[in-house]
Design a protein around this ligand. Structure first.
Ligand code: SME
Length: 155
């Protein structure tokens, strides 16, 4: 399991040096994508205008889902319901937006400060049931650090 604590410290260091959320979000996606071979597609969606998610940056194959309405797919449901998802087998999901035919499981972790949802980290894996509680804990710690900066910029 990769060490999310190192990434959280690096992101805080970037904040201390004056970097804004754009740089932090790109750093997080790059680092997470290279941290674990189970992570085949890693991206961040941000809440755009209205109830819609807009793809901010990603590593992996291009996706047709650059904009996702709240409620649509796993990502849209996470934003609408304000909760994380760990989908062990995407073929069993009725409300699902496929990015790649190779994807077997997916995890979505909200970037949030309390009730305010700024966006989410979305990871697809070609392995079934690729994500466990350790992934969730690691990704939540990174997402919470990213949310600190997004909250600070919107004050
Ligand atoms: N599978 C997601 C869509 C985003 S792609 O995985 C990049 C969903 O169902 O919302």
């Amino acid at each position: 399991m990769w060490d999310a604590g190192v990434l959280v410290k690096e992101i805080q260091g970037m904040r201390d040096d004056g970097h804004l959320s754009d740089a932090l979000l790109r750093k997080a996606v790059r680092t997470i994508a290279s941290s674990d071979e189970r992570y085949d597609w890693v991206g961040v969606y941000l809440v755009g205008e209205g109830e819609e998610l807009w793809l901010h940056n990603y590593i992996g194959e291009p996706t047709m889902h650059a904009k996702i309405p709240f409620g649509k797919g796993v990502c849209g449901r996470a934003a609408a319901m304000r909760r994380n998802f760990n989908i062990k087998d995407v073929s069993k999901e009725e409300n699902y937006l496929a990015c790649s035919p190779d994807t077997k499981s997916e995890i979505v972790i909200l970037i949030r400060a309390g009730d305010q949802v700024f966006g989410e980290i979305d990871i697809d894996s070609d392995q079934q049931a690729a994500f466990d509680e350790d992934d969730e804990i690691a990704l939540i710690s990174v997402a919470d650090k990213l949310a600190e900066q997004l909250a600070a910029e919107r004050r």
